[in-house]
Design a protein. Structure first.
Length: 134
C-alpha cells in the first residue's frame, strides 16, 4: 500500500469543525471504503503556523514542506524558511498520522471566501494537507 499527497481547503467555525467537513467532503467524493489517499484517512490534524514574518500564501507553505521531503535545501524553498519546512516533513509524510493544517488569513482568506460564496460570513478557512494511504 502506498501513499499520496492531498490538500483540502475548507471553511468552518473552528479547526475541528472544518476538519470534520473536509473528511465528509472526501468521503462523499472518494467513497467510504478506506485507502482513498485523502484527508478522510487521517485520524486528526495538527495546526501549524507559517514561518515568522513570512507573507507567503498557503500553497507556497505546503509546497515548501513537500519539497523539503526530497531535499531540505531545495532551491524552491527560500533559505530563511528551509528549517521551518524541514521541521514539518516527518508529520507531513506519515500516511497513518495526523494531517497538517494551516489557517488562511488576510487577503488569501477573503479571496477564498469570495470564490466559495462565503463572503461576509464568520467562517474560518483551513487547508489540511499531508500524505494519506491509498
Amino acid at each position: 500500500m502506498g501513499g499520496t499527497n492531498f490538500t483540502h481547503v475548507v471553511a468552518g467555525k473552528t479547526a475541528d469543525d472544518a476538519f470534520r467537513k473536509a473528511q465528509q467532503d472526501a468521503e462523499y467524493d472518494y467513497g467510504h471504503s478506506g485507502y482513498t489517499g485523502t484527508v478522510a484517512e487521517k485520524p486528526g490534524f495538527r495546526l501549524i503556523e507559517g514561518p515568522v514574518k513570512c507573507r507567503a500564501k498557503s500553497d507556497d507553505l505546503v509546497n515548501w514542506i513537500a519539497e523539503s521531503e526530497c531535499n531540505e535545501n531545495a532551491p524552491a524553498i527560500p533559505k530563511q524558511h528551509r528549517l521551518w519546512a524541514s521541521k514539518h516533513v516527518k508529520q507531513y509524510t506519515d500516511k497513518w498520522g495526523a494531517a497538517l493544517a494551516i489557517e488562511l488569513t488576510g487577503k488569501e482568506k477573503a479571496e477564498w471566501k469570495k470564490l466559495n460564496n462565503l463572503k461576509g460570513t464568520q467562517a474560518r478557512v483551513f487547508v489540511f494537507f499531508g500524505v494519506a494511504s491509498c
